[in-house]
Write a protein that binds this ligand. Structure first.
Ligand code: ADP
Length: 679
């Protein structure tokens, strides 16, 4: 049996409020839900106000059927034929339908979501007479749901972690990005206190945040540190807004959490890159200018240790000495020398082998877990008291011809500290270091050869001195014993002259050796330097008659305290040079002036002159300007000795010259010095 009819003969109009008898319709009339009935053909027979409102029209008797002028669709938008609509099916099958959702489209195009609840109606005989239907408009609710869904999916798909909590700090929502960032799933964390994400030393931040939220304030881009499930601390930026209920009361807070670690890291990397470039540059400059092996090693060790962020760094450099024995120099950074010396050189152990044999770079995150580690007696692993190395990086350093000349080693007590990038940086420096070490080695070889040469000159001139002195003595006796008209007398005197030159040469060479060993002797005394120059002129004029020696001297005596023989040696050297290097000229001017308690002597010639780039070098030992004519012979030591003599007198020697026009050599020495002592 069906339900009781609502009203047997309800007129096709809204029931009148003053109809006397209170029918079911009177009760339904003011319901906010649309209600109507129809006959078994579907024509509307009665309805309430809400139904008229929903239809948007008053139905016309015998014309309007159950859904008046609507088009009907399933919620997914597929159209429904009239007898497939809920009401149609009720009339067709006589069975009630509950809460079926349909979409309706009105003639004006507006669409609503409707819940339809049609029920069949029967007469006493049980025959179907029609249906009664309630229609509930759920459009608003549906829209709100859709909006909610949209918001939820925005939150879910956000790249930023979005989390909400109540005023007690209890987490109430948690999106996907929050799970990605912190590692907790929604199930694990909802209901937990927010401090689960905060490092202990930052708990007070939460108090500040909550008090701001209570005061209805927003917090924007607050950079701080939070803790993930695995305990890792991450850098984040927080934006927190209060959540208010309908009554505008703050009931919690929503947080947008942005992981700024990556951004920070890339900023740091950029900064690091610039710093490293600078270090690389400066290492290059410093070591290429350095010729001392030990300090190259130290600089490279310090710089590479800093570059790869190691706690300890070492550079082992294999060398071969003159006797062909190999030995190793090493420098350390970040650790005291004893830390290594105690355990001897590391070249033979399995860990170090690949580096010294040149197999290649070794980079290990945890050397204590490496199979090569701990193979060597007697320490089997890290010897007691050894540096606490876990991360390990070793790079072979190769010389010009590819042979391994050493290795750079780095350690850190924490695992996985060295990256591929560190490896590349160290390799770059190792290549620079190899070149610098090669240069330093060459320089040392030259230095050694130079020392040998000095040794030889000293020895040879010393050995020459005695026979030449005897030779001179014999020649003097021979010359003396020859009568003036003997034609051999001239020859003997010429021989004596040449032996004299030889004596000067030998004593100059001996002087050079003495300067080298710091043993050039000086004997200081008072003498008249003007007289000395005048006397010298006589002698020099005889040996160099090609040039006129012009003197320009004060017309008085000038007593100075100096080594007269050495000063004489300087003047002779300058005048002989002036004559030698001005073959086409015919005069040399020698001048002496006193200025500022100093004696200044100059020797001017009008000869070949000196090119500007040679002006400094001509004072170096054995240096002669190249391409001098063959008659301008010499050893290149006169000016070197002269400079030493003048320096020892606290004076200075210099030259001014115009290439092709002549040179003027000057020396200047203080006149009254009490601190000159014999040496
Ligand atoms: P030497 O004259 O034996 O070569 P010196 O030490 O006296 O050695 O001089 C060094 C070099 O300086 C000479 O070889 C020459 O090239 C240059 N020099 C010295 N004096 C003069 C000068 N008066 N004019 C031009 N060049 C000079």
């Amino acid at each position: 049996m069906g339900e009781k009819p609502l009203s047997a003969n309800k007129p096709m109009s809204a029931p009148s409020p003053n109809s006397g008898e209170l029918t079911s319709w009177d009760l339904l009339e003011d319901l906010p839900v649309a209600v109507y009935t129809c006959n078994k053909e579907g024509y509307i027979t009665s309805y309430n106000k809400a139904a008229v409102k929903l239809w948007g029209k008053t139905p016309e008797p015998q014309i309007d059927k159950w859904y008046v002028n609507w088009e009907i669709f399933n919620p997914d938008g597929t159209p429904l034929l009239p007898d497939e609509t809920p009401a149609g099916r009720v009339l067709k099958y006589g069975k009630p339908i509950k809460q079926q959702e349909i979409l309706i489209k009105r003639p004006d195009g507006s669409i609503s979501n409707i819940l339809s609840n049609p029920k069949p109606r029967f007469n006493e005989k049980g025959e179907l007479t029609g249906a009664a239907n309630t229609l509930i408009d759920i459009t608003e609710q549906k829209n709100a749901e859709a909006k909610q869904g949209m918001l939820a999916s925005i939150i879910e798909s956000s790249e930023d972690a979005i989390v909400s909590k109540d005023l007690n700090g209890i987490i109430t929502s948690w999106n996907h990005a929050a799970q990605r960032l912190f590692g907790y799933t929604e199930d694990e964390i909802i209901g937990k206190h927010i401090t689960i994400l905060i490092p202990e030393d930052r708990y007070d931040e939460e108090e500040v945040i909550i008090s701001k939220i209570r005061a209805n304030e927003r917090i924007e881009h607050f950079e701080t540190i939070r803790k993930t499930k695995s305990g890792e601390e991450i850098q984040i930026s927080l934006t927190i807004s209060p959540i208010r209920n309908r009554a505008n009361k703050v009931i919690g807070a929503s947080k947008i959490i942005r992981d700024i670690g990556r951004q920070k890291k890339s900023e740091e990397r950029l900064q690091q890159y610039a710093e490293r470039l600078e270090i690389l540059n400066s290492i290059g400059q410093v070591i290429s200018a350095e010729l001392d092996i030990q300090s190259i090693l130290q600089k490279v060790t310090d710089a590479t240790t800093q570059l790869c962020g190691a706690q300890f760094g070492a550079f082992f450099h294999n060398l071969v000495n003159e006797q062909g024995e190999s030995y190793t120099l090493f420098t350390l950074s970040g650790a005291p020398r004893e830390a290594f010396e105690k355990f001897g050189m590391p070249r033979n152990t399995a860990v170090f082998h690949p580096t010294f044999s040149g197999e290649g770079t070794v980079r290990v995150d945890d050397i204590t877990k490496d199979p090569r580690y701990g193979k060597n007696a007697p320490h089997f692993g890290k010897p007691k008291g050894h540096l606490p190395v876990i991360s390990y990086l070793a790079v072979p350093v190769r010389g010009k011809s590819g042979e391994v000349i050493g290795g750079l080693f780095f350690g850190h007590e924490q695992p996985a500290r060295f990256t591929k990038e560190h490896e590349h940086l160290v390799l770059a420096v190792a290549a620079q270091a190899a070149v610098a070490l090669d240069n330093a080695k060459l320089y040392e070889n030259i230095k050694e050869l130079n020392e040998k040469k000095d040794e030889f000159i000293g020895l040879a001139s010393h050995e020459l001195k005695t026979p030449v002195t005897s030779l001179k003595g014999y020649l003097q006796i021979i010359a003396r014993n020859l009568s003036p008209d003997d034609k051999n007398k001239v020859l003997a005197n010429r021989a004596l002259e040449q032996v004299g030159k030889l004596t000067t040469l030998i004593s100059d060479l001996l002087d050079v050796t003495k300067i080298q060993t710091g043993k050039l002797p000086f004997t200081y005394a008072n003498f008249d330097v003007i007289k000395l120059i005048n006397d010298l002129k006589e002698i020099l004029q005889q040996t160099g008659p090609s040039h006129q020696l012009i003197l320009n001297l004060p017309a008085r005596e000038l007593i100075i305290h100096a080594d007269s023989q050495r000063i004489e040696q300087v003047i002779i050297n300058l005048v002989t040079n002036a004559i030698k290097y001005s073959p086409k000229a015919d005069k040399v001017i020698i001048e002496a002036v006193v200025t500022d308690n100093k004696l200044r002597v100059s020797v001017q010639d009008f000869g070949i002159g000196i090119q500007p780039d040679q002006l400094e070098r001509i004072f170096s030992r054995f240096y002669r300007v190249e391409n001098l004519a063959s008659h301008m012979s010499g050893l290149g030591i006169g000016l070197y000795i002269s400079q030493e003599i003048i320096n020892r007198h606290q004076g200075r020697l210099w030259v001014e010259s115009i290439y092709g026009a002549g040179s003027t050599f000057y020396f200047e020495i203080p006149i009254n010095t009490n601190d000159r002592h014999d040496a």
